[in-house]
Design a protein around this ligand. Structure first.
Ligand SMILES: [Ca+2]
Ligand SMILES: [Ca+2]
Ligand SMILES: [Ca+2]
Length: 207
């Protein structure tokens, strides 16, 4: 997006574009200013088909939030949030594709996804699932399944498949039961944790 924004910002100055290209860019790059003359929004045609698909909320020269309709179906499907230093902070997406963000991806220093926050309420202030990633992909997910603000489900993943899944069943904030998988196969059920949280009961699942 930074590239798109830069292109948009220097639309008047760019000499490298051909004239029709420049004309189209001019038509789809529409600035909006408030009463004091401060730039508040800038549009852009990201896929260069002549139709505006990107709207960036601006605080003067600083981008705040970019909304994109990448497939141009009339519903926003990508949100880019910038911090006070105009650095990309997180990218929102809509798993339901209903025009509202319900997941937010955070990148690590290498640019790869490090964490995804998910809200089943499509509300950035009501996150109920936290996914953690490393180079191999998803490694861990914590979830608040009953929306009481306390995590009650913990999963670990290996090679894209769930490895362990632990549940808090008596609402004390600690896991009471843990299911161990081998591939997609449930192999072990642990339960009855002692005071320090170690499971005292183990049941092998016979196949
Ligand atoms: Ca477009
Ligand atoms: Ca869309
Ligand atoms: Ca909970």
């Amino acid at each position: 997006m930074r590239k798109a924004l830069l292109a948009a910002l220097c639309v008047a100055a760019v000499a490298a574009c051909s004239d029709p290209e420049k004309e189209q860019l001019k038509k789809t790059t529409i600035p909006t200013y408030d009463k004091t003359g401060k730039l508040t929004e800038l549009t852009y045609d990201f896929n260069k088909n002549g139709k505006i698909d990107t709207w960036t909320q601006m605080d003067g020269a600083r981008p705040v939030l970019t909304r994109m309709d990448k497939n141009e179906d009339g519903r926003v499907d990508r949100w880019e949030y910038y911090d006070a230093q105009a650095q990309l902070e997180k990218v929102g997406f809509s798993r339901r594709d209903d025009g509202k963000p319900d997941g937010w991806a955070f990148a690590g220093p290498d640019g790869k996804i490090q964490k995804i926050e998910v809200s089943s309420f499509s509300d950035v202030n009501r996150i109920d699932r936290w996914e953690y990633y490393d180079a191999s992909g998803l490694v861990r997910a914590d979830e608040d399944t009953n929306a009481d603000g306390v995590i009650d489900k913990w999963e670990t993943y290996a090679n894209g498949a769930v490895r362990t899944s632990a549940f808090d069943e008596n609402k004390d904030g600690r896991p009471d039961r843990r299911l161990i998988y081998d591939g997609a196969r449930l192999v072990l059920i642990e339960s009855e944790p002692d005071a320090s949280g170690n499971f005292t009961k183990r049941v092998d699942v016979k196949q």
